[in-house]
Structure formats: structure tokens, C-alpha cells
Design a binder for this molecule. Structure first.
Ligand code: STX
Length: 320
């Protein structure tokens, strides 16, 4: 491969604010060129929040990038709030934000849970979406959740797995999702926080191709971990609030078939194994699937960053 494309230089938003809805205050920011091609960034988790790094996937001269923190996480308030917090609330938030900012259509960029939400949004508001760039495909189906939270990924990262199951009593380990849910609903704040850190650290330990202690540590930050773990677990026990589990990957595809889309997937993604991206692309051959051959899950794997930026650059060049 030639020289890999890497993140654009760090930048500050030209505007930020909060969108008030229900009991939530949703943080958003606008970066890049106000007259550029509109794009919205959907972060993962759910519950992961945005970051200053994700601004850097878009050429700031060419793009008008909107980044927001989904309900209950990142800079949005109240922190960790699960009330009025479903996939369909988030879909409405995206559309409301678009209208509020006077945008007609935008490119939707999302990885992991961001790819789930991108499909839910585009299948609800297809006319709002000009293109999509999706990464590390996650469709929130039982087999995907079982792989990561019960049996599968456990075989590849056994040291991290041991720490993940530690907060759970032996007799409850046959359903870790439910056991964690019970703790998260309890009033034992100390136990809850320790469990949230263990839950979150598991994902931080498995997101890079090779174990990255910095990433594991950043996921262990108590404030981050609490929202991340509570929100993820809430969405997962509720099966993503989908009508049926193949809604996004099968029946919804006809609605978005013609939206130009690039799917970037790490071959060795342990959080969201490539088989899901493959199934998606079998159902949606019009979308371009790019496999990063030596990469794991995160958008910051070098090959994945390269492919994501290549995709945003290509779509920017077709914008007049
Ligand atoms: N969750 C996968 C996901 O969406 C099962 C995800 N993984 N890590 C993240 O999101 C962040 C980097 C946003 C924390």
C-alpha cells in the first residue's frame, strides 16, 4: 500500500450548543467549513460519546461536520440517563438536529453502534441521507451480543475476559448480560461503578488488533464507564428497540439501496466480527465493502483510518 492517509490536524468547533428534548440536553458541535458538504458523525456504544479526535476524519476545508453526543453520554445531560433513551429517540434527534441547523441532506458517518444507528436513521429518513460511510458493522442481533458478551470473544482475549466476568457470581455467569443488568438496576452504587468499569474495560481491551493499554485505561474512566455500560446494557437487553432482529440488515435494505455507501471492516474485528459486514454486503451488493486486512475494531487502526478518510475525500470531490 502507498502512504496511508491519516487524521486531519486537530481542530476546534466553530459552534457548539445543546438541543433540548424530553428531559435531555443533547450536546452538538459544528466543525470545518460552514459552507462545506454537510456530514454527521454517529458515535458508538451506544453510550460512547463523541471526542475531539473524530472531527479529524473529514477534510475541514471541504466538510461541514456535525458531531453530537447521544442521549445520556459524553457532554449530553443528564449523564447516564436511560429515560426516553431508545434507538428511535436518537433517530429523531438526528433528524431534528439536521432541521435545526438548516441542513437538507448530509453524509452519515458511523462505526460500530454508529453503523446500527446510521441504518436505523437512513431507513427512517432516506431522503435526508446523501451518502454513508460505515465501519465495524454491528446489527445488535442475539448472535453478535452472545459472541461478545457470553462466548466467543472470550476465547481470544482470555485475560481481559477474566476481568469482565469477575464482578459476576459464579452461578450467574450463564447469562452475563442479565447479571450485569441486575447490578446496573440496583442501588448499590459502589458495586454498580465497579461493574460498569469492568464492562467498559472489556470493550476497551478488545477494540484494537493488539492489546492497547491506553485504550483499556481510557475506557476505565469512571464517568465514561458508567454511562457507557448502563446505556449499552439498556439497549442490548431491549434488543435495540427493534421490531425484529433482522430489521436493519434485511427488510430495511430496500429503502436505502441506492444511497452511495462505503463499508469499512477490519478482518480481525473481535467486537463486531466481519461476518456481519459480510451478511450486510450480501444483502446490499450496491454498497462497497472494503476489508482492512490487518485491523481490529477501532476507527483508529491505521488501515481503517486510511479507508475512512479515502471514502470521505472521495465523496467530498463529488460535491458541487
Ligand atoms: N459496542 C460497540 C461499539 O459501538 C458493542 C463501540 N465500541 N467502542 C465504542 O463503540 C466507542 C469507541 C465509541 C467507545
Amino acid at each position: 500500500m502507498n502512504q496511508l492517509l491519516s487524521l486531519f490536524p486537530p481542530l476546534e468547533p466553530f459552534n457548539f450548543g445543546f438541543m433540548e428534548k424530553d428531559n435531555h440536553r443533547i450536546y452538538y458541535e459544528q466543525c470545518g467549513n460552514p459552507d462545506g458538504k454537510p456530514a454527521v458523525f454517529l458515535h458508538g456504544g451506544p453510550g460512547g460519546g463523541g471526542s475531539t479526535q473524530v472531527r479529524r476524519f473529514f477534510d475541514p476545508d471541504k466538510y461541514h461536520v456535525v458531531i453530537f453526543d447521544q442521549r445520556g453520554c459524553g457532554r449530553s445531560l443528564p449523564h447516564g440517563c436511560l429515560e426516553n433513551n431508545t434507538t428511535w429517540d436518537l433517530v429523531e434527534d438526528i433528524e431534528n438536529l439536521k432541521v435545526k441547523l438548516g441542513i437538507k441532506q448530509w453524509l452519515v458517518f458511523g462505526g460500530s453502534w454508529g453503523s446500527t444507528l446510521a441504518l436505523a436513521y437512513s431507513q427512517t429518513y432516506p431522503d435526508s441521507v446523501s451518502e454513508m460511510v460505515l465501519r465495524g458493522i454491528f446489527m445488535l442481533r442475539k448472535k453478535e451480543l452472545d459472541w461478545f458478551y457470553q462466548y466467543g470473544a472470550s476465547n481470544i482475549f482470555p485475560e481481559a475476559w477474566q476481568k469482565f466476568i469477575e464482578p459476576i457470581e459464579h452461578n450467574e455467569r450463564d447469562d452475563l448480560m442479565a447479571a450485569y443488568h441486575k447490578i446496573f438496576l440496583s442501588n448499590n452504587e459502589e458495586k454498580k461503578l465497579n461493574a460498569a468499569i469492568a464492562w467498559s474495560r472489556w470493550e476497551g481491551s478488545t477494540s484494537s488488533l493488539s492489546y492497547n493499554p491506553e485504550m483499556a485505561n481510557s475506557f476505565s474512566d469512571p464517568k465514561f464507564a458508567l454511562a457507557f455500560a448502563l446505556i449499552e446494557n439498556h439497549y442490548f437487553v431491549n434488543k435495540g428497540f427493534l421490531e425484529h432482529e433482522n430489521q436493519l440488515i434485511e427488510s430495511g435494505i430496500n429503502i436505502i439501496r441506492d444511497i452511495p455507501t462505503v463499508i469499512v471492516q477490519g478482518r480481525y474485528d473481535i467486537v463486531c466480527p466481519i461476518s456481519t459486514a459480510w451478511e450486510l454486503s450480501q444483502n446490499w451488493p450496491e454498497a462497497e465493502l472494503i476489508v482492512a486486512p490487518s485491523s481490529g475494531h477501532t476507527a483508529f487502526e491505521l488501515e481503517i483510518t486510511h479507508e475512512l478518510i479515502k471514502a470521505t475525500n472521495t465523496f467530498a470531490d463529488s460535491y458541487e
